[in-house]
Design a protein around this ligand. Structure first.
Ligand SMILES: NC(=O)c1ccc[n+]([C@@H]2O[C@H](COP(=O)([O-])OP(=O)(O)OC[C@H]3O[C@@H](n4cnc5c(N)ncnc54)[C@H](OP(=O)(O)O)[C@@H]3O)[C@@H](O)[C@H]2O)c1
Length: 237
């Protein structure tokens, strides 16, 4: 199993959840210290790898195969979420967001295809309710998640003949270091579409990622499952 961005938040919780249930998980991230600190289970290995770099994908897959000889699940979780109004957007920012949030999942999924075909495995893309709402000024992050959700549907159709399922989990606000940094970075009045007062836990999101990825599930593919306590609908659980 591979979880990108496994040194923090939802990725870390997912790796823990899978490892506690017997899985062997390779977590990735750009910083060594975070990975070492997060690998708190004997079934969790780590590798410094930047999801935005195309060549990193085959190295990550090669490492997982070297360690365990098979890959059943990949979780495309690593993401960048900068805040930028249109008048300030740059090509550097757009490339960085799409390289991490859209190209990265594409390279890792492509590199994993032979192994996932052999295992009849599954891909889980971590999206966001921002991919379905006009959350300003998260505009380019939100657009990247919308793209990831449509890749999920297209890959599900394309890979079904290989027995590979592809789904996405779209969390709402979830209490992670990433969300805490996001909240610190803008004034409250910039949030136009999503209330951040209520937050889910990374452990609950991890349970849904693991559930949809489970090899015993054979009849769910191409779906985007929202895990947000009803936030997108305006509910207040
Ligand atoms: N938290 C929320 O409220 C929320 C809501 C909706 C969706 N999501 C989605 O959930 C996922 C995880 O979010 P989170 O809040 O758990 O984030 P987080 O706490 O900020 O953790 C992000 C993780 O991704 C890694 N990462 C970032 N860029 C990377 C790259 N280019 N290559 C490899 N690893 C990279 C980080 O490690 P390094 O810095 O060491 O690379 C870290 O391990 C993201 O896809 C996010 O869009 C989160």
């Amino acid at each position: 199993m591979i979880v990108t961005g496994g040194s923090s938040g939802i990725g870390q919780a997912t790796a823990q959840y899978l490892a506690q249930r017997g899985g062997y998980v390779l977590i990735t991230g750009r910083h060594l210290e975070g990975l070492k600190a997060a690998a708190q289970h004997e079934h969790i290995a780590w590798m410094v790898a930047d999801s935005a770099q195309e060549e990193a994908a085959s190295a990550v897959v090669g490492r997982a195969l070297h360690l365990w000889g098979r890959i059943d699940i990949i979780v495309n979780n690593a993401a960048l979420a900068p805040l930028t109004p249109l008048e300030n957007v740059t090509s550097e920012l757009m490339y960085a967001v799409f390289q991490t949030n859209v190209f990265g999942p594409t390279w890792l999924s492509r590199a994993s295809l032979p192994a996932l075909t052999e295992s009849r495995g599954s891909i889980v893309n971590v999206s966001s309710i921002s991919g379905q709402l006009a959350v300003v000024p998260e505009t380019y992050y939100a657009a990247s998640k919308a793209a990831l959700e449509h890749l999920t549907r297209c890959w599900a159709v394309e890979l079904a003949p290989r027995g590979i399922r592809v789904n996405a989990i779209a969390p709402g606000p979830t209490a992670t270091p990433g969300l805490a940094a996001f909240i610190r970075s803008v004034a409250q009045e910039d949030y136009t579409a999503v209330s951040l007062d209520k937050q889910g836990t990374p452990e609950e999101v991890a349970r849904w990622i693991a559930t949809v990825a489970d090899p015993s599930v054979r009849w769910v593919t191409g779906q985007v499952i929202t895990v947000d306590g009803g936030v997108k609908l305006g509910a207040t659980l």
